[in-house]
Design a protein around this ligand. Sequence first.
Ligand code: ZN
Length: 242
Amino acid sequence: MKFGVFSDVHGNLEALLSVLKCLEAERVDRRVCLGDLVGYGPDPGACVDLVREHADMVLAGNHDHAALGLTDLSHFNPYARFALLWTQSQLTAEVVSFLSGLHVANSWEGLCFAHSSPCEPLMWHYMISSEDAQANFRCFAEPICFVGHSHSPVFFVEESPVRVVCVQTTRFAIEKGKRYLINVGSVGQPRDGDPRAAYLIYDVSAGTVELKRVPYDIAVTQEKMARAGLPRFLIDRLAIGY
Ligand code: ZN
């Protein structure tokens, strides 16, 4: 059994198509999207349609909630707020209805999935440090929890209930007796200095987790954003992955 897990598409159709193509080539059995399908990018509707068609399990993120009017736009910076208001004007009733039916965290196939964090998933906490992760290991019982939200991939390993370490690698073997909190990074707006789209492969039989990157035509997305009148800051950051 192979899982393909991805998050934070943010209306970036070119990046999403590249990731879906890779998941096809990897012959994954389950595709999981951890939310933030919309916001920032120029193709919110098309991305929702594609994720809906290809993913076996889909969560909602804070940008999806904001686009639906479920989260106050004052929580977002001016660029994100501008893009969310534009996104709201683009969504069809069908897309709104699909996004409205999504959870923000879920236990599925013996694994934990959340957009932001397993503790208080509707508070949209960021898990940056090992201390943040340590508190969150108490909020799920499964051996692995996959999250998105920060747009920066990171692996936290619970070696014992009092010892959580942050592992800087792209691939590791899952060990019995340890638990894992894994941020899969972002498809449509990476912020770890690598502009390529991020996704993760969990191969259950091989017992390995691997973070992967795939290039996409950033210039095409940037051109669409410019045509839609989206903020220059959001357009430029795609090229540097920050
Ligand atoms: Zn996001």
